[in-house]
Ligand binder design. Sequence first.
Ligand SMILES: *[C@@H]1O[C@H](CO)[C@@H](O)[C@H](O)[C@H]1NC(C)=O
Ligand SMILES: *[C@@H]1O[C@H](CO)[C@@H](O)[C@H](O)[C@H]1NC(C)=O
Ligand SMILES: *[C@@H]1O[C@H](CO)[C@@H](O)[C@H](O)[C@H]1NC(C)=O
Ligand SMILES: *[C@@H]1O[C@H](CO)[C@@H](O)[C@H](O)[C@H]1NC(C)=O
Length: 669
Amino acid sequence: MVVAMLSKLLLYFLLIKLTSSSSSVDGLDFIYNGFRCLNLIRNGVAEITSDGLLRLTNNSLHQIGRAFYSVPVRFKSKSNGDIFSFSTTFVFAIVPEDPKLGGHGIAFVISPSNDLPGALPSQYLGLFNLTNVNGNSSNHIVAVEFDTLISPEFEDIDNNHVGIDINGLRSTNSSPASYFTNKNGESKNISFISGKPIQAWIEYDSVEKQLNVTISPIDVLKPNQPLLSTSINLSSDILDEMYVGFSSSTGSVVTSHYILGWSFKINGPARPLNLSALPIPPQRPHHSEKKWMILEIGLPLFIVFVLMAISIGVYELRRKIKFAEILEDWELEYGPQRFSYKDLFMTTKGFSEKALLGVGGFGRVYRGVLPTSGIEVAVKKISHESRQGMKEFIAEIASIGRIRHKNLVRLLGYCRRKGELLLVYDFMPNGSLDKMIFDHSESVLQWKNRFQIIKGVASGLLYLHEDWVQVVLHRDIKASNVLLDHDLNGMLGDFGLARLYDHGTDPQTTHMVGTFGYIAPELARTGKATTSTDVFAFGVFMLEVACGRRPISLTATLVEEPILIDQVLERLKREAILEAADPKLGGDYVVEEMELVLKVGLLCSHPLAASRPTIRQVVQILEGDDSVPELSLDNFNSNEYAVDHDEGFDDLVILFPSFDAQSLLSGGR
Ligand SMILES: *[C@@H]1O[C@H](CO)[C@@H](O)[C@H](O)[C@H]1NC(C)=O
Ligand SMILES: *[C@@H]1O[C@H](CO)[C@@H](O)[C@H](O)[C@H]1NC(C)=O
Ligand SMILES: *[C@@H]1O[C@H](CO)[C@@H](O)[C@H](O)[C@H]1NC(C)=O
Ligand SMILES: *[C@@H]1O[C@H](CO)[C@@H](O)[C@H](O)[C@H]1NC(C)=O
């Protein structure tokens, strides 16, 4: 009776045991000396090869390969919040195609799921993605990485290291791949990408709260001193039931990652692997030294070699032509400011459309990063056939390159080739001002920023006109030549550039430089730029920033004057100057500042040069300096704007390709 009852009870317990073990395993202990049975869950490109290797990645790029023990492991007993101790050892091999370059490595992982949805390959090792890589405690991922590439974003120490990763890839502890000899404790390096089998041990002591990681070449006994030893309590990171296994991924380098054997145990040391029974991973093909092969393969190889040499020669020649520059003796003194075309070509990815920042009046602008300094730059590519005046122009560029002011875009240097000039500037992250005020973007540039930008540009221009060793005329002040830095400060760019066309022109013709709408009447008549013509353009610039419209509106409606200056002037005469303010601001501006900007803007764009203030006066007025004499808007007759259209407007062709200046000017003006 008792015996029957006992046996029933026993059967009952056995049944419970069996049903529970189908979902998880208590006190797990397993060993694989090679992977001949298929008790693994694999995902991605992972495969078991016919000779019993677990190949996590094959020859494909940007792939993930994973393998987990087929059932989850029970890590906690019900009575206690602490996890069990565990221990694992395995042998792995990393065989990259290129003997010098691996990518990206292998990780042993304890994970809540057996497929890690949304995880990325490459440096994410198939474990994390952009959203969860930074150590969210809800990840519940504990991993030990054997990393063969340096990922600066995760503060990797080198391209051959072991790291303990808790919930993210910024390792809590890491070390270059090495081991301590048992003989004298000397440290010896290991190269993961050697293709040689490497054994690893990962051991967690739940009582001491200690995680140890040890590695050694397969022909060396287990080192007594672990490589990494970390005091850590994994009880909250590891859930009751977790999958254990490996994850590996490739990036843009062909690499095969193999696991040769694996043993794992809860609450006790993992059973040692039978190293001599492990499968051997294929190695990179070696050059055979057999003599007959030299004869058999040698001749065709020699022919191939000759052909290659010729094609390399042709390639080099084409490369030489591709990267050819013009360098004349007189340029040698500008050494530091001269960039090599090859560097600029590389930096802008071959002047690709992707790197294109914009197309301006003078040429196309590309974005890049200088390889040596890491500085972000904008490279302006100007086609320029004229050799005449180039020497003076480069001299000017070189001297302008020394100008430093917080409201002037730095010109870092230049490069010259046949028919082409490249100028290298600091890159401005917020682009040009015209995009911010004219384009119908959702966010309206606030008045506070606009006023700040106007004051900044004025101070930059003052520096060019009066404070530098020589007077520099800008010649092309306009919203699209004002760039914005990180904090939306206005930076005046492209100074002196208009001069290029000045130098290069035939002295017989009056060739006017500048942009239509910003050109002072006397400049149109005489072709002679002065500080006063710069002030005129600055006045127009102030008006466009305040009014939020271009100086000449090509789509003028009946209510809108085509010429901005006339529009503001008309409002002023009606004593309703604030009506000219940009409607997009919705009245959100400081009235005094707006009035000041509109009036000073008009004053600067006075048709009579003698009535315009100097830029120093403008700066003083904008800064609220009372001592500035009252300036008057008398004699302001907009008819002065009528320009004799026999004079050249060559730049119109560049800047307003579809705009017929003569019809606008003759149409009633
Ligand atoms: C790698 O594995 C993937 C998925 O199994 C397969 O499509 C691909 O052809 C394999 N590549 C090579 C080179 O074996
Ligand atoms: C990132 O990974 C987490 C966890 O695997 C997943 O839930 C999430 O959807 C992933 N996010 C993306 C954008 O794939
Ligand atoms: C071992 O590796 C470390 C880190 O990569 C390096 O600093 C050291 O020079 C290497 N030692 C030898 C003997 O190669
Ligand atoms: C380890 O963490 C668990 C869960 O957070 C906690 O219950 C336990 O007391 C901790 N053990 C030690 C020694 O800190």
